[in-house]
Design a protein. Structure first.
Length: 256
């Protein structure tokens, strides 16, 4: 994922900041910390985007890069981080890294505690807001209290962030329409497609051999509610009822 040139919002920079016009060009390196605490279990879209963000920044010599992981980090993800040049890996459960110039969380916050961590890790914070699905849907939470807590944390994080990255103009416009983020501090940076290969020794599932001689519908994605697996079931059922279709429906993706 090779993001293009960023045009940063024209926020006020405090006197003496390494980003102030007086010394921006003479500053040898920028210290950047990436919140990589999402690298815990399966490598899905969010985890892959986080790894690719770190990989893209690691290609710049003027960036001093630290990736912060949780105490239950995914083994393959950690191996991918250690394979990148000039990337320091720190754990939240051990001694925290020194405060950096910028901290970036490439995925949305879940709790107010996440915001506190970001403020501890960097002088300026950048948050990527991938979508507003959980913000709108209480069904993803055990009760209304947790949903309201999540919404409050989202509002606080986006309000305090120095910049908010959106993967599409649609998300950026939604944040502005719902007054969740200042449009002047929002940037649209689409996800890339030239991903790292973190797969090691994968093999087809045992049931794959049954699909060699039959038609099938393939539905790819984790089993989140918004991935619309019930719709795929309904389509397969309609094909069988109306046209006597005898094929199979295949779900491919991790359980979350």
């Amino acid at each position: 994922m090779r993001p293009g040139k960023m045009v940063w919002p024209n926020w006020h920079m405090p006197r003496g900041s390494p980003y102030s016009p007086a010394n921006a060009y003479g500053h040898p390196q920028i210290a950047v910390t990436i919140d990589a605490t999402c690298l815990r279990s399966n490598i899905a879209g969010t985890q892959l985007a986080t790894l690719e963000t770190i990989a893209a920044l690691a290609r710049h010599d003027h960036v001093r890069l630290t990736a912060v992981v949780s105490g239950h980090a995914h083994g393959e993800a950690i191996a991918a981080l250690h394979a990148l040049p000039h990337v320091a890996v720190a754990s939240l459960l051990r001694k925290p890294p020194p405060i950096s110039d910028i901290v970036h969380r490439p995925f949305q916050v879940n709790h107010a505690f996440d915001v506190a961590i970001l403020r501890r890790l960097g002088r300026r914070s950048v948050i990527t807001q991938q979508d507003l699905i959980a913000y709108r849907r209480p069904g993803y939470f055990k009760n209304r209290f947790r949903w309201r807590h999540y919404r409050a944390a989202t509002k606080m994080a986006l309000g305090l962030a120095d910049a908010v990255v959106c993967p599409s103009d649609h998300i950026r416009d939604e944040l502005a329409r719902m007054a969740l983020a200042d449009p002047r501090r929002c940037l649209t940076i689409p996800f890339g497609v030239d991903h790292l290969n973190t797969a090691k020794g994968e093999s087809p599932p045992q049931a794959a051999s049954r699909l060699e001689t039959t038609e099938f519908i393939l539905c790819i994605g984790a089993d989140y509610r918004h991935k619309n697996r019930p719709f795929a079931l309904a389509v397969a059922n309609e094909l069988r009822m109306r046209f006597g279709w005898s094929g199979s429906l295949v779900f491919a993706g991790p359980h979350v």
